[in-house]
Design a protein around this ligand. Structure first.
Ligand code: PBG
Length: 326
């Protein structure tokens, strides 16, 4: 036998040397839910280990992130009041705007703050835009999304991440940001976002489930690949700085395909349902939670993802430190 692949698997040193996928803590983003009010740290029952915080307790969770070497966060907001027009999404003193100010005041450049730009957490009907009858009015929604992004940047957000899936929103956000003096604020587009059941626990966490219908007229059909590349190309042409694929685990092929089709950095969102499945299967003693977390994160990097958003960000950072990932 001339070829013996086992020669390169003899011990941890040689295995480490020939490893093809490398990961860095720099690539991790931790999502945080902020809720209006004071002195709140409320457990999210569908996502064991995750909490909703009020802005005055932001320090608690940001200090934890930094202690693990995670220096990027993605903020979501849960407003007290919701209305038809989702007005708290773009209110100067909305919940995300409050949270951004609280974090930036304390940490300045120490932490990179990205905000999710969408309307579903803010509208009384739970859809991601302004309704016209029973459907979301694409073009009218663009103005509100743009206003939301501008208000986040004005509060101090380092980057905005639109997750609504309206057509033309990257161009609308870019124009709004540029006109308001934020030409250097990057846009990370949820470019390829599928209409997925994996968002279930998030909708409980954020109280953002649609009150009627579903999101299939704006989020993508899980069967489609070419359409995903079209979405990515449009967002790139409209000025997106980073392209995201979401969810992660059932869409690793899409990450790979995108890696052949773009020169932009690729981000992947390993969503709430993925976290909940691993967490709960681990708790039930059915799988090794830590091992599965490492293996699934590795698969996202291996598929071609440069950046990973995950509720396991701190644990993954520790695993990278130990050499269990990358
Ligand atoms: C807002 C938004 C959602 C998620 C991120 N941004 C929910 C949705 O589209 O229903 C899901 C994140 C997760 O499940 O962890 N549109």
């Amino acid at each position: 036998m001339i070829n013996r692949p086992r020669r390169l698997r003899e011990n941890p040193l040689i295995r480490g040397m020939v490893r093809e996928t490398r990961a860095s803590k720099d690539s991790l983003i931790y999502p945080i839910f902020f809720e209006e009010g004071k002195d709140i740290k409320a457990p999210i029952s569908a996502m064991d280990g995750q909490f909703r915080y009020s802005p005055d307790r932001a320090k608690e969770i940001i200090d934890q992130c930094l202690a693990h070497g995670v220096s990027k966060v993605l903020l979501f907001g849960i407003p007290k009041e919701k209305d038809e027009m989702g007005s708290q999404a773009y209110a100067e003193n909305g919940i995300v705007q409050q949270a951004v100010r609280a974090i930036k005041e304390e940490y300045k450049e120490q932490i990179y703050v990205i905000t999710d730009v969408c309307m579903c957490e803010y509208t009384s009907h739970g859809h991601c835009g302004i309704l016209c009858g029973h459907d979301v009015d694409n073009d009218q929604t663009l103005e509100y999304l743009s206003a939301t992004a501008v208000s986040h940047a004005a509060a101090g957000a380092d980057m905005v991440a639109p997750s609504d899936m309206m057509d033309g929103r990257i161009a609308a956000l870019r124009a709004g940001l540029d006109e308001n003096g934020f030409k250097n604020t990057p846009i990370m587009s949820y470019a390829i976002k599928y209409a997925s059941k994996f968002y279930g626990p998030f909708r409980e966490a954020a109280g953002s489930a649609p009150s009627f219908g579903d999101r299939k007229t704006y989020q993508m059909d899980p069967h489609n690949v070419r359409e995903a590349m079209k979405e990515a190309a449009l967002d790139e042409a409209e000025g997106a700085d980073i392209l995201m694929v979401k969810p992660a685990l059932s869409y690793l092929d899409i990450i790979k395909e995108l890696s052949y089709n773009t020169n932009l950095p690729i981000a992947t969102y390993s969503v709430s349902g993925e976290y909940a499945m691993i967490k709960n299967a681990g708790k039930a003693g059915l799988v090794d939670e830590y091992g599965i977390m490492c293996e699934t994160a590795t698969s996202m990097y291996r598929a071609g993802s440069d950046i990973i958003m995950t509720y396991y960000a701190m644990e993954i950072a520790d695993a990278i430190q130990r050499g269990d990932i990358g």
